[in-house]
Ligand binder design. Structure first.
Ligand code: ADP
Ligand code: MG
Length: 158
């Protein structure tokens, strides 16, 4: 587990950019955090560092957006509106099993379709501040452990 803080949105974008430099094919990031925590802001930085120029928007209504013009394909998912439809119907496993990078907002709605080996990225507001965010990274298997190690040197320190 690894923790650090960002002081503003720009620093969260920079953290996302570091991820964009270090991710490899098949990496899965599950972004946990309330509305407005910074999940999409983080993903914008990640996409930019992959070389994706199309603007990244929250895929709330589409569930998934695919970006295929960067160093690796980016599959950006927002599972908030899955509601009654089952994650299985969407064929999410194909994305997870593919050679892209999957970034998932609201993974708690993904049920058991989500890969066991993922890097969990929790983003929390810091009490009494508008712009500070606490990040907690947790690797849950061999591939995410490798990613966490690759990231470690470049991340902010408390
Ligand atoms: P989410 O996708 O988690 O709902 P967004 O990334 O869409 O959140 O929105 C985060 C909002 O919070 C943006 O308006 C952003 O400018 C603002 N913000 C302020 N401080 C930070 C920070 N440290 N990291 C990320 N976003 C921040
Ligand atoms: Mg969002």
């Amino acid at each position: 587990m690894l923790q650090f803080q960002t002081r503003n949105a720009e620093e969260t974008i920079a953290v996302g950019q570091l991820f964009g430099q270090q991710v490899t094919a098949g990496d899965v990031l599950l972004l946990n955090g309330d509305l407005g925590a910074g999940k999409t802001t983080f993903t914008k930085g990640l996409a930019a560092a992959l070389g994706i120029t199309r603007p990244v928007k929250s895929p709330t209504f589409t569930i998934i957006r695919e970006y295929r013009t960067g160093r690796l394909p980016l599959f950006h998912m927002d599972l908030y509106r899955l509601e009654n439809s089952s994650p299985a119907e969407l064929g999410l496993e194909e994305y997870f099993a593919g050679q892209g990078v999957c970034v998932v907002e609201w993974p708690q709605f993904g049920g058991d379709e989500l890969p066991l080996d993922h890097l969990a990225v929790a983003i929390q507001r810091v009490a009494d501040t508008d712009d500070q965010r606490k990040f907690t990274l947790t690797a849950t298997g061999p591939q995410s452990q490798v990613l966490l190690q690759r990231l470690q040197a470049g991340l902010p320190h408390d």
